[in-house]
Design a protein around this ligand. Structure first.
Ligand code: PEP
Ligand code: MN
Length: 493
């Protein structure tokens, strides 16, 4: 992309950072478009389109993640490996929201912990690939890179810039419907049964395992009793707190052309300025025009307003690469995936670059080693962070180190391996005196059969029953609830 599109937007700041300064670095997982004029037209259009989220929401999330880093809250992040534009439809969005809300209810009630919810949704279209091409019947095709780059059908594999606009509009429609559901009764804790209501009857028909079903029903009953009791004695307090919840959006920040055009310089919300620490915040790299009000506190900053939270993938986190350059200039809370290939000595420099103001909760390290490897790598990474003096959010992605392929060629994961990595991560953090503050899952609210095991005992032969993913295998509805119960139990210990 770098060679084909001239830089258009905000002029570089004195510190050298701008939403386009990444173009001077090497871009891993780059996309090359045939027609630079077409790309430019699309990017100009993207730049004129309105934001999908607001700086105040982003700062609110950052505040919640600060609490996670301090051990006072738990992060639940989940959604599809990759969204297709086709998933932007009423039922899939409702189902995804439902399963995330139910998981968080299990965590809040069962684990007695405050939760912050981030969906992998409304923008999770691009996929990093291990190989740029795939060979089918001896013929080489450009790999499918996600709906925002090219199409899955073999005759649509040429990257098409129009798909970047498709990503924006599908994200907008998804965010809009999520907001509408949350603003109505969908997330009302007084009626969690409505997440499963069918013709006025309780229906947990997706919950095939009787044990999970009764555990969940029992918990909802207890919760309703507690709410009734509080209402009876007039102690409901902040009614709004039980009527709806926050749900933030996230995706991997892979396509920098897109991310840069959704990055806007805007005033830092008043609330954030007012709560700034007494010592002035030093001007940061992104601080172009407005650094240096009298106190030195910046009043304007760059936010990626296409989503609340973005992460850098395990394949694009090179210290001198384009992705780290882009990410270091935005105010959003950000994640970094780290796996076995992360050298411990790279962690401190990476955190210094990404978080020079050392904001607590700004960076979430999302670890993904694999069940057999977490013991070997995680303690060294925890030690490296401790030595760096940074305070991060630690989040376990028990998915990406546990992917395997069956004899018949299906990508799958074993629920047992997922649970093992997650349990070991909890134990290791405890042993090392740090706090595992979150889980990052690939999941769907639909009854797919992509992951082996779980309380519904899916076996390898079941996978073909409803195998839908074209990317990584996800937890289905039931397996997602299983994970939430497991985490809640960790909190009770
Ligand atoms: C992903 O989250 O889908 C992914 C590709 O992860 P990672 O960068 O950790 O491999
Ligand atoms: Mn994935």
């Amino acid at each position: 992309m770098t060679e084909t599109h001239p830089s258009t937007a905000t002029p570089p700041s004195s510190s050298g950072w701008s939403p386009d300064s990444w173009r001077r670095k090497s871009v891993h997982q780059d996309v090359t478009y045939e027609n630079p004029e077409h790309l430019k037209k699309v990017l100009d259009k993207l730049e004129r389109l309105p934001p999908l989220v607001a700086p105040g929401e982003i700062e609110k999330l950052k505040g919640m993640l600060r609490e996670v880093a301090e051990g006072k809250r738990f992060l639940l992040q989940g959604g599809d490996c990759a969204e297709l534009f086709d998933y932007c439809s009423q039922e899939p969005i409702q189902n995804k929201l439902k399963v995330l809300l139910q998981m968080s209810l299990i965590l809040v009630w069962g684990g007695r912990t405050k939760v912050v919810r981030i969906a992998r949704m409304a923008g999770q279209y691009a996929k990093p690939r291990s190989k740029p091409v795939e060979t089918i019947d001896g013929v080489e095709y450009t790999a499918f890179r996600g709906d925002n780059v090219n199409g899955m059908p073999l005759n649509e594999r040429e990257p098409d810039p129009e798909r970047l606009l498709g990503a924006y509009f599908h994200s907008a429609a998804t965010v809009n419907y999520v907001r509408a559901l949350l603003a109505s009764d969908f997330a009302d804790l007084h009626h969690p049964e409505s997440w499963n209501l069918q013709e006025g009857q309780w229906s947990l028909e997706h919950v095939r395992n009787p044990y999970t079903r009764s555990e969940y029903r029992e918990m909802v009953n207890q919760l309703q009793d507690a709410l009734d009791f509080m209402q009876t004695i007039g102690a409901e307090g902040d009614k709004q707190a039980t009527r709806t919840v926050d749900m933030f959006m996230s995706h991997e920040g892979l396509l920098l052309e897109y991310e840069a055009r959704l990055t806007r310089e805007c005033p830092v919300p008043r609330r954030v300025l007012d709560s700034a620490p007494p010592s002035p915040r030093p001007a940061k790299p992104s601080d172009a025009s407005d650094a240096g009000s009298a106190s030195g506190t910046q009043t304007k900053a760059f936010y990626n307003l296409g989503t609340h939270f973005l992460w850098i993938g395990d394949r694009t986190r090179q210290l001198t690469g384009a992705h780290v350059e882009y990410f270091k200039g935005i105010e959003n809370p950000i994640g970094v995936k780290i796996g076995p290939s992360m050298r411990p000595e790279e962690i401190a420099p990476l955190l210094d670059i990404l978080n020079p103001r050392r904001e607590v909760g700004k960076v979430t390290l999302i670890t993904r080693y694999g069940a057999g490897k977490v013991r070997e790598y995680l303690p060294k990474h925890i030690a490296a962070v401790a030595a760096s003096g940074h305070k991060v959010v630690w989040c376990c992605d028990p998915m990406h180190g546990n992917t395997e392929t069956t004899a018949s060629g299906l990508k799958t994961r074993r629920f047992d391996h997922i649970v093992r990595e997650l349990s070991e991560a909890f134990e290791i953090h405890q042993e090392c005196g740090s706090y595992l503050g979150g889980v990052h899952c690939e999941l769907t609210g639909d009854p797919v059969t992509e992951t082996i095991g779980g309380s519904m005992n899916l076996v390898e032969e079941d996978l073909s029953t409803n195998y839908q993913t074209f990317c990584d295998p996800r937890l289905n509805y039931n397996q997602s609830l299983d994970i939430a119960f497991l985490i809640a139990k960790f909190f009770k210990k």
